[in-house]
Write a protein that binds this ligand. Structure first.
Ligand SMILES: [Ca+2]
Length: 511
């Protein structure tokens, strides 16, 4: 929550002993990003997997494979309200809205949603044949003003739609299909808002993943001001070019001709699962299968297609969202030892991460989900709704409490207090009392402040950076009258919330 602080600032204000000055896992170079909180707001739940979250005009739309929603706190199977693969919620209150068309047929699933830039139309893709009983072929659009099905948008798409991005006049779709409107469009196509197929055409073939031979476009992000579309997925050839293109390509947004090859960015047995851009950079998440694969995130420059950074965390990334200098992602990261601020294999899967867009440092933001249902890899989709991050996926817990399918994290308030440290004290020299404890940790603050009280009166405080996998031992030596006995207690604060006092411990100084 608190801005990343420079190490020298911590040292300058700290009275720590030399041993405790060692920085935990924190950033060596810092640019001062502030993260969201790691404290989830009350959020409705689904009884299945959320594959897509989108935002338009104060409403969060949720699509996936589910039959019901239920209130926050409700156990599975209780207080359920019917929603067939689609639900809409007030982005601020989180309450469900009446907009609830049922998506049925096909494989009964929504896999992609994106609103038009003006928020008037929500484009939806997946595997379905009917919306509210009206025929649609794997894609549909809703008018957001009244939740009516947009009558003009009814293209025929031959297979599942897995990715959508929208400009002010064009809708780009990607997926596993081979034809759109009966015309050959291999894995990617562009249409007008009224469903007219545009000449944009790229031939995307081959599978980059040996255990799934079907090529697919999984992610699309469009930069209209550069007339460029970046497409990611599971493929090995684009427009007839083998070897130079693998799972990621930049295309001319009008013609579909290749403009960026990104050669060598994505290794074999790896595919791209998520793409998004902020007008300057684009960001991707990748998933590999087997050894030597790429599971992490890349930031690249939209204008020239050059790489800004790449992290090499293991634990496939399914979704990425940039917001105020931080790249939020959903993955099941379990080894980030080569990424600043990261962790070695800690026998744990960290399902949500926040990274500096400037230098890829993993920031102190560690809300977490479990693996959950389905493929059991936790989060699948994210969207910012105002300053609230909505997360959907396969999970059934958030921060170790029951919460299925959906959750959300606000910019404030920070409500989570650090864990109470266990304090011990001893005297090994005349008039000296040494207090010792192990650093605590907090889900959204790296540097915590430890306040020491002697005989109920505040004595001093120490700052220490820590992470849940790296909690340094800390100590403080007090000087008192030889032979005197004192009562010590300790609390730790993240600047907003304190842990409550630990102790007291009584220590008699040597005489
Ligand atoms: Ca906190």
């Amino acid at each position: 929550m608190r801005r990343r602080r420079l190490l020298h600032a911590i040292l300058a204000t700290s009275t720590l002993s030399a041993a405790a000055l060692v920085t935990a896992a924190g950033p060596a170079a810092a640019t001062g990003e502030t993260t969201l909180t790691a404290d989830p707001m009350k959020t409705w739940q689904t009884d299945g997997i959320v594959w897509s979250v989108a935002y338009a005009k104060g409403v969060v739309y949720v699509g996936g494979t589910f039959d019901h929603i239920r209130p926050p706190g409700a156990a599975a199977g209780t207080d359920e309200v019917a929603r067939k693969n689609f639900a809409a919620f007030d982005a601020v209150t989180g309450e469900p809205l009446d907009c609830a068309p049922a998506f049925t047929g096909g494989s009964n699933t929504i896999r992609a949603m994106k609103a038009s830039p003006d928020g008037d139309v929500l484009y939806i893709g997946g595997s379905f044949s009917q919306v509210k009983g009206i025929g649609r072929s794997n894609t549909a659009a809703l008018n957001t003003s009244d939740c009516t099905l947009r009558s003009a948008w009814k293209p025929t798409v031959s297979s599942t739609v897995r990715a959508i991005d929208v400009t002010s006049d064009t809708v780009y779709i990607g997926g596993g299909f081979g034809t759109v409107q009966g015309q050959t469009r291999q894995r990617v196509a562009a249409l007008t808002y009224s469903g007219t197929l545009l000449p944009f055409k790229a031939t995307i073939t081959g599978s980059s993943v040996t255990n799934d031979p079907t090529p697919s476009v999984n992610a699309i992000t469009v930069a209209p001001e550069l007339n460029k579309v970046i497409v990611g997925g599971r493929f090995t050839s684009v427009n007839g070019s083998w070897l130079t293109v693998h799972a990621l390509v930049g295309l001319n947004a009008t013609t579909g001709k290749t403009v960026n090859n990104f050669t060598g960015w994505i290794p074999s047995r790896s595919s791209v699962k998520a793409l998004v851009n902020d007008g300057t950079n684009f960001y991707l998440g990748a998933e590999g299968s087997g050894g030597g694969v790429f599971d992490g995130r890349i930031a690249g420059k939209l204008s020239d297609g050059s790489m800004k950074w790449k992290d090499t965390c293991l634990g496939a990334t399914q979704t990425v969202v940039p917001y105020k200098g931080v790249l939020y992602s959903g993955s099941h990261a379990h080894d980030c030892k080569n990424t600043p601020g990261g962790f070695t294999d800690i026998g744990n899967r960290q399902h949500l991460l926040g990274q500096s867009i400037n230098d890829k440092t993993i920031l102190a933001w560690f809300p977490d989900t479990n693996d959950g249902l389905g493929e059991k890899i936790g989060p699948r989709s994210m969207a910012m709704a105002g300053d609230i991050l909505w997360v959907g996926g396969e999970f059934t817990t958030v921060n170790e409490k029951p919460q299925q399918g959906l959750t959300r994290f606000p910019a404030s308030p920070d409500t989570g207090a650090p864990q109470v440290p266990i304090l011990s004290g001893t005297s090994s020299a005349k008039g000296k009392v040494t207090l010792s404890w192990k650093a605590s940790w907090d889900r959204d603050d790296g540097v915590l402040t430890y306040k020491i009280y002697r005989d109920g009166v505040y004595l001093t405080s120490l700052d220490q950076d820590s992470r849940y996998w790296n909690r340094p031992n800390m100590s403080y030596t007090d000087t008192v009258d030889p032979g005197s006995t004192h009562r010590y207690s300790l609390l730790v604060t993240d600047g907003t919330n304190d842990s409550g006092k630990n102790g007291p411990v009584y220590v008699t100084a040597l005489n």
